[in-house]
Design a protein around this ligand. Sequence first.
Ligand SMILES: Nc1ncnc2c1ncn2[C@@H]1O[C@H](COP(=O)(O)OP(=O)(O)OP(=O)(O)O)[C@@H](O)[C@H]1O
Ligand SMILES: [Mg+2]
Length: 301
Amino acid sequence: MQKGWLPGPSQADSPHVRGGNETAVLQVDKLTKKFGGLTAVADFSFTLGHRELLGLIGPNGAGKTTVFNLLSGVLRPTSGKVTLQGEDITGLPPHKLTTKGIIRTFQNLKLMKGLSLLDNMRPAFHLRGSSGFRDSFFQNARYALTEKIMVEKIMDTLDSIGIGQYRNVNVEDLSYGIQKRAELARALLFEPKVLFLDEPAAGLNPQETDEVMNIVRHIHKTTETSIIVVEHNMKFVMGLSQRVIVMNQGAIIAEGPPAAVQSHPDVIKAYLGERAWKKQAQALEKNNGHAPKTPQEGSGC
Ligand SMILES: Nc1ncnc2c1ncn2[C@@H]1O[C@H](COP(=O)(O)OP(=O)(O)OP(=O)(O)O)[C@@H](O)[C@H]1O
Ligand SMILES: [Mg+2]
């Protein structure tokens, strides 16, 4: 593992934190998805800044994955509009969005069993299509993509997140933590403009979680990518994100810097339920007005 990715202080606390600037990369307006009688996502609007690292949280069933499915083309919205750098991309299928630089990882791993780690990375080059090739890699559009160049590029990326030594190992024989990192590597090979990470720490032990956290932090620091991360592990999401959006029952209930969002009454209610919230409020009164702690803080929920 590279030195820069060893567990360190929270980026949000770091004096070197680089916020997303005002340039909107992604603009989402009143995005809505109905499944029959159920409104999974309701009038969901937000803007993602250039190089911003945004956390999206909410209780189970809040609609987080549905938002990712809508933004990555897996689902078509019932209504609403999505704009990528000024271009209307609403309802485009996944392969079109991929060539435009919108890439996601999945809540459940989507690696190809029976193939080595290296071979799992190859489709990134075929799927992103010619328009997705970036100048940084292909100086010239007519430049042939040779096997040698492709493998070098893959190995650079695998090494950069500390898993290059597993290149010839069948992905089924890799630990869950390495597989999660492999998904990140494959996403990076697309050189995404916007990267959606759906529960990148799910199922990982604390050490693996720290490793993935440091990889995401490194991607944020060293690339042009804007990132949205969905994660139930509050240490992970609050430690990484510059801004957090909280959703419940398909709608945004709070939005702001991690510290402010964690103590927001509606957020505590959404996670704990009304009765638990009242208990917390009573404790708050007894505690001379000190804000009640959210039990999710520092752990999974
Ligand atoms: N393809 C689908 N068809 C029908 N209903 C769906 C579909 N996908 C999601 N839902 C419903 O939409 C709601 C939001 O689900 P979603 O998976 O987006 O929640 P989530 O916030 O990602 O939850 P979790 O934290 O458990 O992953 C749920 O009620 C879910 O049952
Ligand atoms: Mg989900």
